[in-house]
Design a protein around this ligand. Structure first.
Ligand code: DMJ
Length: 457
């Protein structure tokens, strides 16, 4: 599947950000501020661990000759960080090639002006040429988004390691300090914060879009620090407690889900994006209070089960963008506009973590169901495409092969069916785009050997 997705990208969209598999051309979009080759950067580590060396070498050569960081466009700080910074960091740590280190430090410097705000909370959009930054037009009252400014920590700590410049760590620590200081409604972290006043702008809380990877990066910061970052640990378990008290629900049919919270009122909806939380709660289970460990593992399994149900209850066996637990529905999309599937990874991501944590064969079975559904409904003649309605067998394709399909969905599937020592969870954490970053063991980061590819072969 990876080879097919890659070969078609290479043939029809080389150097563009994504492949449009129906029209057989490339898509550039406006998320990366003029940077190109998102699918290449997102694929480097996947190709490498799969042992697709000819393809990996083509990708590497493109980075060498064509990755131009001197662009002058408006980029999403979050997207550039998770895909480009994350992808280049992983490529460096897996292969030891200096080229990636040089590029990623160069790119990291271009992101720093985004933090020049009264509070140091970065705005969402940055011009990579001029360094000017501003908030998304759609974000209420010029606010910054929790999942955006809260999803920088892992990459920025590694940027400090590689550049030997503490500035990156200082920037993300400052975000952490502010979040720790301000009042949290019921212990929850709302999705919108003003980068000017440092106050919450709206009380909307979600484990799905707008909030999701902030929580993920708390527990992963703790794990990546070799369990020395106690603030991250405290914040993660505190947040999880508030989530359990306010958001976790059980449906009449017995499915556990995470609702959204709007100033105390629950919206009984769970987004596909929120399905990453099964894996997150799973990897954090072991470091919780001893009496809560089994409970966390059970909760992780229940959420993953619910997300699997959102797949099995559709005709295509792929899950919708959002599913609801009201108006008579359970784990199904009730609105037409929520019925699409854009090759997202989160459900498979949770299968992979739960497999590694429990070795319960059902997770591989569920992963295999997803493979078959992807092959049947998303594979088209020249690549993979998202679909507009998971509840109908007559496919309507969206003509987009997202770069996270190569970076995340296919990587997590591959890991689900590999031995546990390929990118062992003892040694690596995955950023939110599935780019593996090594755990920083005091004084020995320099000793990390490039990942032995023979494990994959
Ligand atoms: C990816 O870019 C990342 O996983 C991000 O955290 C959420 N959205 C997409 C995949 O769905």
């Amino acid at each position: 599947m990876m080879k097919f997705a890659w070969d078609n990208y290479k043939r029809y969209a080389w150097g563009k950000n994504e492949l449009r598999p129906l029209t057989r051309n490339g898509h550039i979009g406006n998320m990366f501020g003029g940077l190109r080759g998102a699918s290449i950067i997102d694929s480097l580590d996947t190709l490498y661990i799969m042992g697709l060396m000819e393809e990996y070498n083509d990708a590497k050569e493109w980075v060498q000759t064509s990755l131009d960081l001197n662009s002058n466009g408006e980029a999403s700080l979050f997207e550039v960080n998770i895909r480009y910074v994350g992808g280049l960091l992983s490529a460096y740590y897996l292969t030891g090639e200096e080229l990636y280190k040089k590029k990623v430090v160069e790119l990291g410097e271009k992101l720093l002006p985004a933090f020049n705000t009264p509070t140091g909370i970065p705005r969402g959009v940055i011009n990579l040429g001029s360094g000017t930054s501003w908030s998304w037009g759609w974000a209420s009252a010029g606010s910054s988004i929790l999942a955006e400014f809260g999803t920088l920590h892992l990459e920025f700590v590694h940027l400090s390691e590689l550049s030997r410049n503490q500035i990156y760590t200082e920037k993300v620590m400052n975000i952490r300090k502010l979040l720790n200081k301000i009042e949290k409604p019921h212990g929850l972290y709302p999705n919108f914060l003003s980068p000017v006043s440092g106050n919450w702008v709206q009380h909307h809380v979600s484990i799905g879009g707008l909030g999701d990877s902030f929580y993920e990066y708390l527990i992963k910061s703790y794990l990546m620090s070799d369990k020395s970052d106690d603030d991250a640990k405290k914040m993660y378990y505190g947040a999880l407690e508030a989530i359990e008290a306010n958001l976790v629900q059980k449906s009449p049919g017995g499915l556990t889900y995470m609702a959204e919270w709007r100033g105390g009122i629950l919206d009984h909806k769970m987004g596909h994006l929120a399905c990453f939380s099964g894996g997150m709660i799973g990897i954090g289970a072991d470091d919780g209070e001893p009496e809560k460990r089994q409970h966390y593992l059970d909760l992780a399994a229940e959420i993953t089960h619910t997300c699997h149900e959102s797949y099995t209850r559709s005709a295509t066996k792929l899950g919708p963008e959002a599913f609801r637990f009201d108006s008579g529905g359970e784990a199904t999309a009730t609105r037409l506009s929520d019925r699409y599937y854009i090759l997202r990874p989160e459900v498979i991501e949770s299968y992979m973590y739960m497999w590694r944590l429990t070795h319960d064969p059902k997770y591989r079975e569920w992963g295999w169901e997803a493979v078959q559904a992807l092959e049947q409904h998303c594979r088209v003649e020249s690549g993979f495409s998202g679909i507009r309605d998971v509840y109908t067998m007559t496919a309507s394709h969206d003509n987009m092969q997202q770069s996270f399909f190569l970076s995340e969905t296919l990587k997590y599937l591959y890991l689900l069916f590999s031995d546990d020592d390929l990118l062992s969870l003892e040694d690596w954490v995955f950023n939110t785009e599935a780019h593996p970053l090594p755990i920083i063991r005091r004084g020995c980061l320099q000793d990390i050997a490039p990942q032995d590819k023979t494990v994959a072969e």
